[in-house]
Write a protein that binds this ligand. Structure first.
Ligand code: EPZ
Length: 417
């Protein structure tokens, strides 16, 4: 397994361009299953999760190409309705094939994703919504067996705001009989991006970005060519990293409308931010005021930035309370940060971070995608040489992260396994 070796203490300077958003690309690539035309998608990040998605699409009979940052998908020859365990266990977002398979083939056999490091992450709300639309759902041998004569439009209320649950049902509803209304729907920019891609295919969707989305079913969808939005979590990660290391960096190719909560909190740390619609200039002397955060569904502070913000608070001047309200076990990075000298106490869904003067380098272990990013950030300021093991977690969601940091002046290198 690859590892990253980081010499801490270098301020970051220069410019970095943000890649396409992983969590927008995944549902949009799966939505190509809804048509027999050839879809083309630009600004697709070159990430492990994207290659896993293409592997699954090809398993289902679609023909895909991936050149540079452009993917084409021809699902005209789609013949298989099964997403096997060995693919789903690599990427739980594979459950997003459920809606498209039921809508297009009227049946699906998808491995249950199982738990993951940050929580149980059930898909009961996905399944209940599809049952409401007429699907017959059985769970056996670790698989979801689903079938339906024809999906019917229904009013569906989500007990909990779920991003992929909203995406799965929005896709299923595009080809259903009648109108579907999703209530207490997720409002993330990735939901709006998927709705725009689906509208480009001829879907009739309104209300995306609000808590109530209306989808009028149509008979068929046509191919679309579209470009993926920038990754707000990658952008937020770089903003936090520069605040932490000190320096002056311009982050380009981002959509700062999607980053309001994060930029607000980073400003409160005393970091100077100059913001335009597609750029953020971050200037920091590395002196950080401690700030409290509480993760919330969009437009609140994103759970996917919690670990990165904790790394920033580890060297804050004071006390920071970090509450994680979305996932029940998303503090795995705490033990690794403490091994680097951070002073953090966890009680239930809250971590109390007492800022320390400096972090010290250590060999650390990445556990999930965003925890890996927080450990890389800590390594960038820790005294000495930090080794981050199991960086395949990082490669799932950050395109060439060490190359981007190296170009900004960080002393970071990858040691191939
Ligand atoms: C999406 O995961 C993202 N992944 C996650 O990003 C992100 O952390 C999460 O949304 C929250 O913003 C993708 O978009 C591919 P949820 P998702 O369903 O959809 C509970 C990353 O780092 N829930 O919104 O799986 C669930 O347990 C990843 O890029 C149910 O109880 O998350 C959680 O507590 C990590 N039943 C809460 O809802 C369900 O049927 C939110 O989960 C579904 C969800």
């Amino acid at each position: 397994m690859d590892k990253l070796i980081i010499e801490g203490g270098h301020a970051l300077k220069g410019e970095v361009a943000i890649s396409g958003a992983k969590n927008a690309a995944l549902p949009i690539l799966f939505s190509a299953l809804l048509t027999d035309g050839v879809c083309t998608y630009h600004n697709i990040p070159r990430l492990r999760d994207i290659f896993s998605t293409i592997e699954l699409l090809e398993k289902l009979g679609a023909r895909c190409t991936f050149e540079g940052h452009t993917v084409t998908i021809d699902a005209g020859g789609m013949c298989c309705h099964e997403a096997p365990y060995d693919l789903v266990r690599k990427m739980r977002a594979s459950v997003l094939v459920l809606g498209p398979l039921l809508a297009r083939l009227r049946r699906a056999r998808v491995s249950l994703p199982g738990g993951c490091a940050i929580g149980a992450r059930p898909i009961n709300l996905h399944l209940r919504g599809l049952e409401r639309m007429g699907a017959k759902i059985e769970l056996e041998h670790g698989y979801v067996e689903a079938s339906v004569e024809k999906l019917r439009g229904k009013a569906i209320y989500f007990d909990v705001v779920t991003v992929t649950g909203t995406e799965n049902l929005m896709m299923a509803a595009t080809l259903a009989e009648g109108t579907t209304i999703l209530r207490n729907a997720a409002r993330e920019p990735e939901i709006v991006a998927l709705a725009e891609a689906l509208r480009g295919m001829g879907a009739r969707i309104s209300g995306d970005g609000s808590e109530e989305i209306t989808i009028e079913g149509v008979d068929r969808l046509k191919a679309v060519e579209t470009t993926i939005i920038p990754d707000r979590i990658e952008a937020g990660t770089f903003v936090a990293a520069v605040a932490l290391t000190g320096g002056s960096v311009t982050i380009t190719n981002c959509d700062t409308r999607h980053l309001k909560a994060v930029l607000h909190k980073v400003r409160l740390t005393g970091t100077q931010l100059d913001v335009t619609p597609d750029q953020v200039r971050v200037q920091s002397d590395g002196q950080i005021a401690s700030v409290d955060i509480k993760t919330q569904p969009y437009p609140g502070f994103p759970t996917d930035m919690q670990a990165q913000f904790m790394a920033l608070m580890a060297v804050g001047r004071g006390l920071s309370m970090i509450s994680e309200t979305i996932f029940e076990n998303r503090f795995i990075h705490v033990s690794e940060l403490k091994r680097m000298g951070a002073d953090i106490t966890v009680s239930g869904d809250t971590a109390l971070v007492k800022g320390v003067a400096h972090l010290s380098s250590a060999p650390v272990m990445a556990s999930d995608l965003r925890a890996s990013a927080s450990l890389v950030m800590a390594g960038l300021v820790a005294q000495g040489s930090t080794v981050v093991n199991r960086v395949y977690h990082l490669d799932r969601g950050y395109e060439a992260m060490e190359e981007k940091f190296k170009r900004l002046g960080a002393a970071i290198s990858r040691e191939k396994a």
